[in-house]
Write a protein that binds this ligand. Sequence first.
Ligand SMILES: Nc1ncnc2c1ncn2[C@@H]1O[C@H](COP(=O)(O)OP(=O)(O)OP(=O)(O)O)[C@@H](O)[C@H]1O
Ligand SMILES: [Mg+2]
Ligand SMILES: [Mg+2]
Length: 466
Amino acid sequence: MKQSIEPKIVIGSDEWCAFPSLNIPAIKARVDSGAKTSSLHAINIQPFSRNGEAWVSFEVHPIQDNRKVTVHCEAKVIDQRIIKSSSGDREKRLVIRVPLAMGEQLWDVEVTLTNRDSMGYRMLLGREAMHGRTLVDPAGHCLLGERLSDQLATLYRAPEIRTTGLKIGLLASNPNLYSNRRIIEAAESRGHEIQFFNIKNCYMKLDATRPEIHYRGGLVLNELDAVIPRIRPSMTFYACTLLRQFESLGIYCLNSSTAIAQSRDKLRALQLLLDNGLDIPTTGFANSPLDTGDLINMVGGAPLIIKLLEGTQGKGVVLAETRKAAESVINAFKSLNANILVQEFIKESSGKDLRCFVVDGKVVASIQRVAAPGEFRANIHQGGRAELIKITPEERRIAIKAAKAMDLKVAGVDLIRSNKGPLLLEVNSSPGLEGIETATNEDIASKMIIAIEKQLAGKKKAETSS
Ligand SMILES: Nc1ncnc2c1ncn2[C@@H]1O[C@H](COP(=O)(O)OP(=O)(O)OP(=O)(O)O)[C@@H](O)[C@H]1O
Ligand SMILES: [Mg+2]
Ligand SMILES: [Mg+2]
């Protein structure tokens, strides 16, 4: 049998090792020559596809008895195996192949991912991975060296977050809007330089070697660290092109062009939400007025809601109380070539909806909006008022999942409470701050800036370690 040219290292019954490609600088392994395969105790194991290949993302708590330190990992999946654990249970596990560092040596090993967190050791080193590399002295412990708790603390110190000195651009249309004023104030108070740029006055050079973004008057915007897009619906198309240009220059956009484009397309957004297992009121969409009758049946008949796809602030949302009214409204909109969708009317919501403000995967504030008397639309612009509300854990989970489904870092998620449980109405990519900050007293603007700081700190760390 082919032997490694390196001398074999003598290891004890447990040893410190590291997985450099997974950003795990230290993890204590139980050495178990009775086990064939090695395993890593991982949580949130999520398979995904990257460039047509099977990958997996997972989290590891690398330190025993410590759930605070979490490392996010990604690796290519090389196999799936049925593994019989020491308790005799059979479990299907994903297998990855990654470099393992022990002592002075580094070699590739196959590791299965499992979430048996009850185990004391976060890793099991099996004989396949040890083959030709190690000799085991069962009486020994950490023969390659101990890791003291302060060493571990240094290795796993939270990435240093840059809190000052970023150059941020606010891409919007009106610097005097409450939301924009608050974002500028929050960025400045956290020590950043922020400048307002009117989207209309930005223009760009598409060029393979020297792409550029200019501002009217000749200022070049290539040097920004991040931009915050706040886009009114009429500017969506131009603004998304502009954001793509920022993205290709490597400038971080708090809400990407793709995320904004897909959330602005109401039907696409609803389809994406459904694809991600989220519930919406039953919705119909048709091209021809000839199908109006059946379209109405599809959503359960009158009363029903008709929405203009381009509407916002509740302006294009109509309640048709009878079938006749629904037919006339649908056909009238159609004759004007307006794009509409029809939707089951959730009567039991009684003119109320929930707005959950999500930043970086967390609901940072939520309010209930209550429609004015005699009105079914809860929009503030339609006379609705904001009330404080405690959302349920399920609603919180749905709001976070919806923002994630749309890939939005910042999202205003609108939910409605129905007899079937919470339903999603829409996910807004430039949600307003005024109503919700005033009602809840939360500093949402600062949370948006912190999301940028975290993102750029993470990126900086990745750059220095690669
Ligand atoms: N299917 C429905 N059943 C009952 N009420 C509804 C339904 N759809 C919408 N509404 C009410 O109408 C309001 C406006 O609808 P929606 O949020 O879809 O439109 P919008 O014009 O995009 O508003 P926004 O300004 O939030 O973007 C909702 O906040 C809700 O109160
Ligand atoms: Mg909307
Ligand atoms: Mg809405």
